[in-house]
Write a protein that binds this ligand. Structure first.
Ligand code: BDR
Ligand code: CA
Length: 308
């Protein structure tokens, strides 16, 4: 069973990813970032999710803002103002640990060197902080899987070529992309190519499991927004990255490349620059995932929703 430490900003697709993680892996901790919505909401949403799965997963709050520049936008228009579809859940019971997310990551990887798969589903602020505190962190991590980047298209932010997680805190992304010698990259366009069929997904939601009922409620706003934007299917970026973290054999095709993060561009700040032809002769640290096994991915999501 994989041992996961998940950095996340829940978030509707984060929620599905967290349900998948608890159905298929040992979750050693959730470290919480600001991103989709503010940290006060993402922390509360993580508590709601831990209540839902009935686990005692520790929750560590991280940085309330990006490293350098304040964000220009959040993703409340997709995830709801509270980040979970504005359903209005009661105050959760799960508590927040008294340790910063970055410090918890460093401690846990010291306690279990080489055992932990790190899953990054949010802006990379907390991971960058941890790396700056201790640049030897990557030596103790088994794998790093990052949801982020616009590799084969234009991404999903106000800046045309940037994806949300990397565009929200480009400096943090740069630090992580330079500091980790090896990571899997699940980008936005991979997400669009691997959306769930709406009718299939609605069947999985109709099974009566409380996780399915929960996800059905929190995902309404996001599904409507995506339909309005002409996107097809149920889009679940973070769940895709989680599938890769849980079972590497879900990857059908990937290519290793150098991926840089644009920090200065007038129009392109936050963009992912993939050196497809190795012209820069820089280390190819990113394993860019290009195709996934849909059947395996679907089966993992179904189990997470109690639909099998
Ligand atoms: C990423 O941004 C967030 O809105 C999602 O939760 C996902 O992590 C997709 O670009
Ligand atoms: Ca996310």
């Amino acid at each position: 069973t994989p041992q996961l430490f998940i950095d996340t900003d829940p978030g509707v697709d984060d929620a599905l990813a967290i349900l998948m993680a608890h159905a298929h892996a040992d979750v050693l901790g959730l470290s919480i970032a600001a991103g989709n919505v503010g940290l006060e909401h993402t922390v509360r949403n993580a508590r709601t999710l831990v209540d839902l799965v009935g686990a005692s997963t520790p929750i560590f709050a991280g940085s309330p803002s990006p490293l350098v520049r304040l964000p220009e936008e959040n993703a409340a228009f997709v995830h709801g103002r509270d980040g979970l579809g504005d359903v209005g859940f009661p105050e959760p019971e799960s508590e927040v640990a008294n340790e910063h997310a970055a410090l918890a990551l460093l401690r846990l990887t010291r306690e279990r060197p080489g055992e932990i798969t790190l899953v990054a589903l949010a802006p990379l602020t907390n991971l960058a902080l941890a790396l700056k505190l201790d640049p030897t962190l990557p030596q103790r991590v088994k794998r790093l899987v990052i949801m982020g980047g616009a590799v084969t298209g234009h991404g999903n932010t106000g800046r045309v070529p940037a994806e949300f997680n990397l565009g929200f805190d480009p400096e943090a992304a740069h630090i992580v992309f330079e500091g980790f010698p090896d990571f899997d990259l699940v980008d936005w366009e991979l997400t669009l190519r691997h959306a769930f069929d709406e009718a299939d997904f609605d069947q999985w939601l109709a099974t009566g499991d409380r996780r399915a009922a929960f996800f059905g409620r929190v995902s309404q706003v996001a599904r409507e927004t995506n339909r309005e934007r002409g996107r097809r299917g149920v889009i679940a970026a973070d769940a895709l990255a989680m599938a890769v973290a849980i079972d590497p054999t879900v990857v059908k095709r990937s290519e290793r490349h150098h991926v840089g993060i644009e920090l200065d561009g007038r129009l392109t700040r936050g963009a992912t620059v993939v050196d497809w032809g190795n012209r820069l002769k820089l280390p190819a640290r990113a394993n860019v995932v290009l195709e996934l096994d849909r059947a395996k991915f679907g089966a993992m999501a179904r189990r997470a929703l109690g639909a099998e």
